[in-house]
Design a protein around this ligand. Structure first.
Ligand SMILES: Nc1ncnc2c1ncn2[C@@H]1O[C@H](COP(=O)(O)OP(=O)(O)OP(=O)(O)O)[C@@H](O)[C@H]1O
Ligand SMILES: [Mg+2]
Length: 284
C-alpha cells in the first residue's frame, strides 16, 4: 500500500465522530473508535446500542453521513471499493443460501470478489478446509447444523482473504460446543494470517476469553474501553474503595455498571428483540 502513511499501518480501523440516524433515532451518536491491526476487538452493548449500524457504516453498506471512517487508512465515504476489498463481513442475519451447497455458497462470494477462475476452486477449497467443512462441502446448506452454517458464513467472509474481519454476533443461538468451535476457527485463521477481527457479541464470557480489547457501547456511543482485565480491575478497585472486601467483578458486572438501569428501559425496542430472536431461531 503506497498511498497510506506509515503511521496508520498499525491501525486497522478508525471511527471519528461517526453519526447515523434513522429518522429521530440516533443509532450511532458521535462514535470514537480505534482498532489496532492484529487485535480481536469486541464491540459490546445491549440490544439497540447501535453496534450493527456502526458495522454497516464501516462495511460501506450504509453511508457515513457525519464523521469519518477509515479502514487501513482508506476513507469509507470516498474509497468504498478499496475498503470493501479489505473487509470480510459476517452479518447478524443469515447470509448463506439454504438451497445451495456449502461449496456453491462460498464460490458465489469468490465471484463477487473477482477472484479469478483459475484461483477460485483452490481458494474455496482452502477456506472450507479452514472451517472444517470439507466433508460436508457438497451437501445443501439446509442440511447443516447451526454451528456449521455459522462456519460456512465464516468461510464466505474469508474467501477474499480480508485484513479486517467483521463478525456481527457470530455465535448467537449456538450451543456451547459450537460456539467454542467457531472461535477456534476464527483464532486459527487469525494466527495464520494476522488479520484483525472486530466482533459483536452478547456473550460476556466469550468477550472476556477471546477479545484483546472490548468497548462497551450504549445509545450510540462508547462508554468504556480497555482489555477485559483492565475493565474488571477498574470496577474491582472502585468496589474496594466503597468498602467491599474481596470484589471479583465479571465483565458482565462491568457491562451492568456502565449501562446501568437504562438497560431495562431503553436497551432496545421490539424490533431489536425480534431481529435477535429471528437470528437465534434460524441458526438454532
Ligand atoms: N432499518 C432501521 N430502521 C429504523 N430504525 C432502525 C433500523 N435499524 C436499526 N434501527 C434502530 O437503531 C438503533 C440501533 O440499532 P442496531 O441494530 O444498530 O443495534 P444493535 O446494537 O446492533 O442491537 P442488537 O444487539 O439487538 O443487534 C435501535 O434503536 C434500532 O431500533
Ligand atoms: Mg445488531
Amino acid at each position: 500500500m503506497t498511498d497510506v502513511p506509515e503511521s496508520t499501518a498499525s491501525v486497522a480501523l478508525v471511527c471519528d465522530g461517526l453519526r447515523y440516524a434513522f429518522g429521530e433515532t440516533k443509532a450511532v451518536d458521535d462514535l470514537e473508535l480505534t482498532v489496532r491491526a492484529g487485535e480481536v476487538f469486541g464491540l459490546l452493548g445491549p440490544n439497540g446500542a447501535g453496534k450493527t449500524t456502526a458495522i454497516r457504516c464501516i462495511t460501506t453498506l450504509l453511508p457515513v453521513p457525519v464523521g469519518m471512517v477509515r479502514v487501513f487508512g482508506h476513507d469509507a465515504a470516498k474509497e468504498r471499493m478499496a475498503v470493501r476489498r479489505l473487509l470480510g463481513y459476517v452479518p447478524q442475519q443469515l447470509s448463506a443460501d439454504a438451497g445451495l451447497t456449502g461449496r456453491e455458497n462460498v464460490e458465489l462470494f469468490a465471484r463477487v470478489f473477482d477472484i479469478t477462475r483459475r484461483e477460485r476452486a483452490d481458494r474455496v477449497a482452502r477456506v472450507l478446509e479452514a472451517v472444517d467443512l470439507t466433508a460436508a462441502a457438497d451437501r445443501l446448506a439446509k442440511t447443516y447444523s447451526g454451528g456449521m452454517i455459522r462456519r460456512l458464513e465464516l468461510a464466505q467472509a474469508l474467501v477474499s482473504a480480508p485484513r479486517l474481519l467483521m463478525l456481527d454476533e457470530p455465535t448467537i443461538g449456538l450451543d456451547p460446543i459450537a460456539r467454542t468451535s467457531v472461535w477456534e476457527h476464527i483464532n486459527a485463521v487469525r494466527a495464520a494470517t494476522g488479520m484483525t477481527v472486530l466482533v459483536t457479541t452478547h456473550y460476556m464470557d466469550e468477550a472476556d476469553q477471546y477479545c484483546d480489547r472490548v468497548a462497551l457501547m450504549h445509545r450510540g456511543r462508547i462508554h468504556a474501553l480497555g482489555t477485559p482485565h483492565e475493565l474488571r480491575s477498574q470496577l474491582a478497585d472502585r468496589r474496594r474503595a466503597e468498602g467491599e472486601a474481596d470484589p471479583k467483578p465479571t465483565l458482565e458486572d462491568v457491562f451492568r455498571d456502565v449501562a446501568g438501569s437504562g438497560l431495562d428501559e431503553q436497551g432496545g425496542d421490539f424490533r431489536d428483540v425480534r431481529s435477535t430472536r429471528r437470528t437465534a431461531s434460524r441458526v438454532g
